[in-house]
Structures are given as C-alpha cells and as structure tokens.
Design a protein around this ligand. Structure first.
Ligand code: NAD
Ligand code: MG
Length: 388
C-alpha cells in the first residue's frame, strides 16, 4: 500500500487521480488532499477517501462535524505544510501555476517522492527543483505526469545504455491550428476553451490554444531529460494518440501511443515501474483512420520561439516567461485582454526581466514578482480592455 497526498485534488488531474486510486484500494490510500476554493468538493472527497490531513488554501470555512477525523489547515501556507507533514511516500503536485513550487520543495525536503503534473513549478524553478530530486536507492524521486513527458519517460525505459539523440514532443495544435493568425487574435474565451482532444482545467486549455503549454513543456523536457534546446523538436499531431517519441542514433524512433486520457500517465507515475489497469477502454488501432504530423507554425505561435530563447538565456528567463503568461492567461479568461495580447505581454516581460538570475528561491520569487508587475501594467494599458 502506497500513501499519496494530492495537492489540487478538486482539479482535473486531482479528480482523475482519485478515480484511479478508487480502482486500486488494495494498492493506494490517500494521506492528504488540498483545494483552493472548492470547499464543498474537498469535503466530499475527504468523506470518501478519509485522509488524515486536508487544506483549503483560500479562505477559512467551517468544517462539517462528521469530518473530525481529518485535520484541516487554511490559507496559502497550508499547501507547503501539507506537502511537508503528510505521511509518505508520494505527493502528487496537481495545483495550477507557480503556486506549487514551494510545496514541491517542501515535499522533497521531507523526503517524499514527487509525481509532477504542475509543470509551471519546473519551468520557474527547474535548476533548483532538479537539484532537490536526485534519484535515491528506490529510483527516481520526481516522476512526470504530463502526458508527453510520461511518454518520453516510458520510451526511455527501453533505451538501455544508449543516450537519445532527439525528443519528438507532440502537440495537438489546439483549437486554432487551422485558423488564420488575424482571426486568432480576436478569438473568444469560449473558442479558446474548445480543445479538440483533451478535457483539462481552464488555464492549461488556454495555454494549449496559445501554444504556451508547449512552450512550458519544451522547458519541462529540458529539465526532466537533461536535453539541450536543439534536441527538442515540437511535432504537431492533431489526433493526440502519439504522446511523444524519442529518436536514437541508429534512426530508431520509439513512441508511446494511447487514447488521450490522463488516467494512464497519472497511474503510471503512481505505480511505476509496474503498470496497472486505468479502467479506460483500450486503444483501438483499427478505429484510427489516420495519424498525421505537421511542423508547428512558429509565426502564428510565437510562444515556441520564446521558450527556446528563454532556455538559451538561462537564469530566471523561463520563470519570467511563466509568470507573465500566467498573468496574461488569467486576464484573457477574465475577458480583460484579447487573445492576441497574451504573447505580446510575455514578450515584453521577457525583454525587460529575462536577464535576472535564478540562484535560489528568493531570486525566483523576485523575477516572478517583477514579471507579474510588468504584465499587470501592460494589462491595464491594453487599449481594447473589456472586450466582449
Ligand atoms: P485545474 O484548474 O482543473 O485544477 C487546479 C487545482 O489546483 C484545483 O484543485 C484548485 O483548487 C487548485 N489551485 C488552484 N489555484 C491554486 C493556488 N493558487 N494555490 C493552491 N491550489 C490552487 O487544473 P488542472 O487542469 O488539473 O491542471 C493542474 C496542473 O497539471 C497544471 O499545472 C497543468 O498544467 C498540469 N497538467 C494538467 C493536465 C490536464 O489534463 N488537466 C495535463 C497535463 C498537465
Ligand atoms: Mg502535456
């Protein structure tokens, strides 16, 4: 039996993690759960999975009397406290945004294994997080949950002593893959939320539409697999069946295929190196009419070039890219700026703060805060604010 704490249990990843845990009660139990604001769902989950610890990182609310078996914490620091104090051995980081960074570090400081969905943490604090996650006697202490990175990790299980030459990082292309650049600028929130293949939380869905999700994933791949920027090739694959691939010196390409269903990478991180049933239908190759692959349109999606640039710049550039994108993405979701402003705001923040250092957590906090300040000022200056 492995105990698992889920940070962000009320979100898309968190709920699917609880689904696979419920399928395997003989293998996993829940040590802790956290949510930001959705107290009603958190209470329901605590009732069903009976963790000893839970947290609501937003405002304090009264706890129902039948949940007295569980200790509740409240406020922004509660996330870190739960990551540190929950019983081991595993913590699934499934919160959204850089809010997960300190909790991931706390989980590692208390010797826990981190299952990482929360890619923003690795984008903002890559060097520091990787330094905190060396493999131990039981194997990796940081396991990817993001589907592409799980795919790469799975492909590398067959690599033996061979180093890979290239990572082929697949991308669905999002809802605007076939749109003209000019129409995309004025896309609505509803259009951006209409992802063709995956059902996910709002932030990552908008990131998929702007391809900032793939930009974050390029950076995530660099850290997880010690890749040089030129070893990471984005391949647009609209069917989302090939979740990524790895190419070797002899030309062999090893890919991982599956239906677009996050339960597989979530459960693989939990049960690694074993594979367990996810409860999903198996992939029917005969039902797939075709699998297609395209080069990304780097003119329409400037996010990709910004990721390579930030990686080459090093220091806090990736942290700045992430922070400005978080601000711009949530402003778009609030209908404060048009979709086309998102990359412009990230561009300005990178130009202004991309040179900052990232030696430790206080450097990262500072770069994050400065990037957000610049992004917020640009939001206020957006002439077409309050778009309909
Ligand atoms: P979501 O918005 O559905 O859920 C986010 C969770 O985090 C919720 O439980 C919410 O209560 C909590 N949360 C939100 N803001 C918080 C804050 N400031 N402090 C603490 N907790 C907070 O998001 P999601 O789609 O489940 O994504 C979670 C993470 O996983 C993201 O980093 C995302 O990029 C990554 N991811 C998601 C998917 C997916 O299929 N949804 C796939 C790959 C990676
Ligand atoms: Mg992904």
């Amino acid at each position: 039996m492995r105990g698992i704490a889920i940070l962000g249990s009320t979100g898309s990843i968190g709920k699917q993690a609880l689904q696979v845990i419920a399928l395997h009660p003989d293998r996993f139990f829940v040590t802790a759960l956290t949510a930001h604001k959705n107290a009603a769902l958190l209470f329901e989950q605590v009732r069903a999975f009976r963790p000893r610890l839970a947290a609501l990182t937003g405002e304090e609310v009264p706890v129902p009397s039948d949940l007295s078996f569980c200790e509740f914490r409240f406020g922004p620091h509660a996330l870190e406290e739960v990551a540190r104090e929950a019983l081991g051995p595993d913590v699934l980081a499934a919160v959204v945004g850089v809010a997960g960074l300190k909790a991931v570090m706390a989980a590692r400081q208390s010797g826990k294994r981190v299952l990482l969905a929360n890619k923003e943490t690795l984008v903002a604090g890559g060097e520091m997080v990787m330094a905190a996650c060396p493999p131990d006697e039981n194997g990796p202490t940081l396991l990817p949950v993001d589907s592409e990175h799980s795919a790469i990790f799975q492909c590398l299980q067959g690599a033996g002593p061979n180093a890979y030459e290239k990572i082929l990082l697949t991308a669905s292309g999002g809802p605007f893959r076939t749109w003209a650049k000019e129409s995309m600028r004025a896309a609505t929130v509803e259009q951006a939320l209409g992802h063709p293949t995956w059902s996910m939380g709002a932030k990552i869905t908008v990131d998929s539409a702007s391809m900032f999700n793939k930009a974050l994933e390029i950076i995530e791949a660099k850290w997880l697999f010690s890749a040089r920027p030129e070893q990471i090739q984005v391949v647009v694959h609209p069917q989302s069946i090939v979740h990524s691939a790895v190419q070797f010196r002899d030309g062999a390409v090893i890919a991982q295929l599956g239906a677009p269903d996050m339960r597989l990478p979530i459960l693989y991180a939990m049960s690694y190196p074993e594979r367990l049933s996810t409860g999903a239908e198996e992939l029917d190759l005969f039902a797939l009419r075709h699998l297609t692959f395209e080069r990304p349109d780097t003119d329409k999606f400037p996010a990709l070039a910004m990721a390579y640039e930030a990686l080459r710049q090093g220091g806090a550039a990736c942290c700045v890219l992430n922070a400005a994108n978080e601000e711009a993405c949530f402003a778009f979701l609030r209908r404060q700026i048009p979709f086309g402003r998102i990359p412009e705001i990230v561009r300005s923040a990178l130009d202004r703060h991309g040179h900052l250092p990232a030696r430790d957590l206080s450097d990262i906090d500072r770069a994050d805060a400065l990037a957000r300040e610049t992004a917020r000022r640009l939001l206020d200056e957006t002439p077409s604010a309050r778009i309909t």
